[in-house]
Write a protein that binds this ligand. Structure first.
Ligand code: G6D
Length: 338
């Protein structure tokens, strides 16, 4: 295992560092202490060709100016909170009348403290950040630790811990967009997606959950068996920006052309699948304009807008307890999907 770190730029007078973790197979995981952004995961395809399987930019200025949360830790609370209301408290309204992804200067837009860590079968980075009381309207000084481990068998493990000194809300996610074709050379339409989910959260016109959990049976939201994403989007032309309630924490993405497979295992309640349908932007990703289906975000989290829907898992955390969660992203190569 090898690792190195280089200065990637500066933000708010702080040094932004890029970490480059190389496992025993020679495969590389890169991340920044800005937003704890995963900038690249470089792994082989079936023929041994090593390529990047996540969307990202080449320069810090692009992450600061344009990023739709590429690779970043999102929080304090991922997703939308209707009217930005939590009881009497008013959170920042940063998407129309609603609050999204923790508000302004959220976790994805700050420089975290960071240090390299190593173990018997991994190298990693420990990120820490304290979000002060009243940050975007949230109570409590919240101390957050995010740890990324890059193991010798091509697994990225993410562990998150947090403590607060006042009762507050916490529902973080990582917002990496995957594209297993390698260096974004094809869209994700030929990938297959499998999600262990019997129900999904119905959303309103503003993409806020209505509170109803609907059965996936007989709908384009049924990914209990692997489904080609292009086929699913043919039936659901507006694509997916959809919270799925998980039954076993298992999610799988497979690209038959390259043979690359991503198996996600999480202890979170849900995953928001964001298919990037209709995303047509001026910025470039891997040398071409960002457009529909160049990546898919698989955001493990608790169901969004839980504060308004008691049937969803609570995201309230209290002083005196340490919040923990974890998600593992295992990369492998397969001949066919087993
Ligand atoms: C999220 O659910 C949201 C999307 O609606 C948003 O556009 C994206 O982040 C940037 O996952």
């Amino acid at each position: 295992m090898k690792y190195s770190n280089t200065v990637y730029g500066y933000k708010d007078g702080k040094e932004v560092i890029e970490y480059r973790l190389v496992n025993n197979q020679g495969n590389v995981f890169r991340c920044l202490n800005y937003g704890a952004v995963v900038t690249a995961i470089e792994i082989p395809d079936r023929s041994g060709q090593v390529e990047n399987v996540v969307l990202g930019f080449d320069h810090l200025k692009d992450y600061i100016k344009d990023s739709p949360y590429f690779g970043a830790i999102v929080g304090r609370v991922a997703g939308r909170i209707k009217d930005g209301r939590w009881g009497e408290l008013q959170l920042t309204k940063n998407e129309g009348q609603n609050h999204i992804h923790g508000g302004n200067q959220n976790f994805s837009q700050v420089v975290w403290d960071s240090e390299m860590i190593t173990g018997a079968d991994y190298t990693g980075v420990l990120f820490t950040h304290t979000s002060p009381a009243d940050d975007n309207g949230y109570p409590g000084n919240l101390k957050v630790q995010v740890t990324y481990y890059w193991t010798n068998d091509n697994c990225w493990k993410m562990k998150i811990k947090a403590v607060t000194d006042e009762t507050t809300l916490f529902n973080p996610t990582n917002h990496t967009y995957f594209n297993l074709s390698g260096n974004v050379k094809r869209t994700i339409l030929d990938h297959t997606l499998q999600v262990s989910s019997d129900t999904f959260a119905e959303t309103d016109r503003e993409k806020c959950p209505t509170g109803r959990l609907l059965s996936v049976e007989g709908t384009p939201f049924d990914f209990r068996k692997p489904v080609r994403i292009g086929h699913a989007i043919h039936k659901q032309p507006s694509g997916y920006d959809t919270p799925f309630k998980l039954t076993s924490g298992f999610i799988q993405l497979f690209d038959d052309s390259s043979g690359r497979k991503l198996t996600i295992q999480t202890d979170r309640e849900a995953v928001v699948v964001f298919s990037t349908t209709g995303m047509n932007e001026d910025y470039l990703v891997a040398g071409e304009k960002m457009s529909s289906h160049r990546g898919i975000a698989l955001e493990t989290q608790e169901l969004p807008d839980a504060v308004h829907h008691p049937q969803f898992q609570s995201i309230v955390i209290h002083p005196g307890h340490t919040y923990t969660c974890q998600t593992e992203y295992q990369f492998s190569v397969e001949d066919t999907l087993s």
